[in-house]
Design a protein around this ligand. Structure first.
Ligand code: 3HC
Length: 675
């Protein structure tokens, strides 16, 4: 087999080039090739310096994650890195694209680093539940100091080349189109300089104040995760221990994380997210439809948020409303949201004007005739939606994609209101639609493959994580929410309190529990249609105006700052309902709450898979991570069920009287996986 690494001589400089698509991950063949290349440079007396660069779209994007957990092969990354570091001739890393993880660590073992301005450099291992285990935690603090190293290590966002140069991580920015030539010239400049600068020889200064500030500022973000703290401890070790001892400490911490469930879960999600973009029966090379202009019907919270996604990606939007007041209100909110982001420095100061400049607000429905994709975002009512789609059918241009943002309704029925059901599908955004990453793409029975492929590609362009769902009530996410909500309500009647149930969910790692979520979304959603009915605890809350946070009263009482406290009135209402239903009050354990509100979701997920409404179990995990804040370190409900043990899940479901999905039972019995 030919090596993915080759060498080229440029006079006295040896250029070592890796060409291992797609991202030059540091797999066994690449590592062996690098080792051979560096050996060649060291052995050849006519060579005075080396340049290390990559072909293709990027410098090394990291260790090869697919090798994790498998028996080691070839030279280890440590061996390669040690060899580069110890080279008696200077080695220059020439960086383009993304130098990430092991790629960044390889660059740090080089004696100099040059980069093109568009490159980014970082150690995102923490996002995989890991730490940079090839010296990154020991070299970064030595090179750029604790204050700059901590966020790179423990948050993991890569830094652009310009910032990296300011930090001292990059020695020189070179021409965007002349990386190799500039790197060779740089190598000649430094070839004779002695001593060769090695980061391992530097001292890392302790900075307890920076560490304490960093821990405090990120406490919420890090809640429940093991890896951020391990990264911080290793960085501290860099300031306390000699280099080799620090490396040994890093190794131990790395192995602990690598063997743990959290990293397995986070790596699962890394691949699950990429897998979700693939549709089993739609070839990757399907010709896409062109989408140059998007239409949005409805300028409410959803319509506005949806529009912002496209505007931010530079795609013009025509937004239609029924009356001027609603249109002005909607566009005003969008502008305010953009301005708030600019004020916080999240987007460039001129971004709000740019984005809003791409927006055409109108009351004229017919203006949608120029749009290539039209998304309906009006309220959930089948008759209204059918009427809109029938109208769209008359005016939309041939080949335009017609989408509904419905969260529950039958997309096939909506499609049947048109003469072109093959152009119709669901695009279920999650609120706030400009923030939440998830997009459920609902495939109708007749949706054309190119329509589906176009929307999946567009989702990536607007930086959403898209998952294909089949037509069923609530699709994937909301369908699984239903048993959770239902059981949570029943548990109240049987003796649990809202705060007890919510605490179990928050301790589990969810951003909030079912009742906190109700209060935030509005307890009154759906209630106004029949305000005289008082059949449930929720109806009773609504009848008393306890509509949630917006009224400072829902399942909890709230102060002006929206801090919740348990509500004595809610306790009374629950008690009244329980007595009316003649239900005895009993002690509810946390274990029962987990079984009835979380295992039931897994059960529903298994049914979704059986019915073919999700392509694969990992898609369900992606939905829950990106749409509902399921803790990524638990890998999504279906992955989590495997880590709990399917036998245990099935036994608990049976204990509490649930009908267990056949596929779940079968997987539990055979010791297999939910697929
Ligand atoms: N190992 C193995 N495969 C990888 C990989 C890696 N490190 N990084 C990306 N890939 C694969 C992806 O799975 C995908 O495969 P597919 O086409 O079969 O689905 C393919 O490469 C292309 O990746 P993306 O779709 O993500 O391409 P993008 O252009 O959108 O993004 C990227 C490129 C920014 C490099 C992104 O892939 C990425 O963030 N990769 C992971 C980087 C990372 O986490 N590195 C650290 C690894 S751990 C490590 O280095 C440990 C060390 O410290 C010891």
């Amino acid at each position: 087999m030919t090596s993915p690494v080759r060498t080229e001589r440029h006079g006295d400089v040896l250029v070592i080039i890796s060409d291992s698509p797609p991202v030059n991950a540091l797999g066994a063949a690449v590592r062996d090739g690098l080792e051979a290349g560096v050996k060649e440079g060291i052995a050849d007396a006519s060579i005075t310096a080396m340049v290390l660069r990559c072909d293709g779209r990027t410098f090394f994007a990291g260790a090869d994650i697919t090798e994790f957990g498998k028996p080691p092969k070839g030279a280890s990354l440590h061996e390669v890195i040690d060899m580069i570091d110890a080279s008696p001739k200077p080695v220059v890393a020439a960086i383009h694209g993304t130098a990430l993880g092991g790629g960044c660590e390889t660059a740090l073992a080089c004696h100099y680093r040059v980069a093109v301005p568009s490159a980014v450099i970082g150690t995102p291992e923490v996002k995989l539940g890991l730490l940079p285990g090839a010296g990154g935690t020991q070299r970064l603090p030595r090179l750029i100091g604790m204050r700059a190293a901590l966020p790179m290590l423990a948050i993991g966002d890569p830094v652009p080349a310009k910032k990296a140069a300011d930090l001292g991580l990059i020695d020189r920015l070179v021409g965007e189109d002349s990386l190799e030539a500039d790197a060779i010239a740089f190598a000649r400049e430094v070839a004779a300089k002695r001593p060769i600068p090695r980061i391992r020889d530097k001292d890392a200064k302790a900075d307890p104040e920076a560490v304490a500030e960093f821990r405090k500022a990120n406490a919420r973000k890090f809640r429940g995760f093991d890896a951020p703290e391990a990264n911080i401890r290793c960085a501290e070790a860099a300031t306390e221990l000699p280099f080799d001892e620090g490396m040994a400490f890093e190794r131990t911490e790395f192995m602990k994380l690598m063997m743990g469930v959290q990293s397995a879960a986070q790596r699962h999600i890394f691949f699950a997210e990429r897998q979700a973009a693939k549709i089993d029966d739609v070839p990757a090379d399907t010709k896409l439809r062109t989408v140059n202009r998007v239409g949005v019907i409805g300028a409410g919270t959803m319509g506005g948020g949806i529009s912002m996604n496209f505007l931010s990606a530079g795609i013009p939007v025509t937004i239609v409303e029924m009356n001027q007041e609603a249109l002005d209100r909607g566009t005003g909110v969008m502008r305010k949201n953009y301005e708030a982001s600019a004020a916080k420095g999240r987007i460039k100061p001129d971004a709000p004007e740019k984005a809003m400049g791409l927006l055409t607000p109108t009351l004229d429905f017919d203006a949608l005739k120029d749009c290539d994709l039209i998304i309906e975002a009006v309220y959930e009512n089948m008759d209204v939606k059918k009427e809109i789609f029938a109208r769209l059918d008359k005016i939309a241009k041939p080949g335009a994609i017609l989408a509904s943002n419905t969260s529950y309704l039958d997309v096939n029925e909506i499609a049947a209101a048109t003469s072109r059901p093959e152009d119709v599908l669901g695009m279920h955004f999650f609120s706030p639609a400009n923030v939440m990453k998830l997009l459920e793409v609902v495939r109708g029975d007749k949706t054309a493959k190119d329509v589906l492929a176009t929307v999946m590609a567009l989702a990536k362009k607007i930086r959403k994580v898209a998952v294909v769902a089949g037509v069923c009530h609530g699709f994937i996410g909301n369908r699984m929410l239903a048993p959770r909500q239902q059981e949570a309500n029943k548990l109240l009647m049987e003796g649990a309190t809202p705060q007890q149930i919510d605490k179990v969910h928050v301790d589990f790692g969810m951003p909030m529990g079912p009742f906190q979520m109700s209060d935030l979304a509005g307890v009154d959603i759906g209630w106004h249609r029949d305000p005289n009915r008082i059949e449930t605890i929720r109806d009773a809350l609504c009848a008393e105006g306890r509509w949630g946070q917006k009224k400072q009263a829902g399942f909890y009482d709230y102060d002006e700052k929206r801090n919740p406290t348990p509500s004595p009135r809610v306790a009374e209402i629950i008690e009244e309902f329980r007595q009316k239903s003649n239900l005895p009050k009993r002690e509810i354990t946390d274990e029962e709450i987990v079984a009835r509100t979380l295992y039931t979701m897994v059960n529903e997920g298994a049914l979704i898979l059986e019915e073919g409404k999700a392509q694969r179990a990992s898609d369900i995990d992606v939905v829950w991570i990106y749409g509902y804040g399921w803790p990524v370190y638990r890998g999504g409900p279906m992955f989590w069920a495997q880590t709990e043990g399917l036998k245990k899940v099935v036994a608990a479901l049976e204990k509490y009287g649930f009908k267990v999905a056949e596929s779940l039972k079968a997987a539990a019995e055979s010791g297999g996986q939910l697929k």
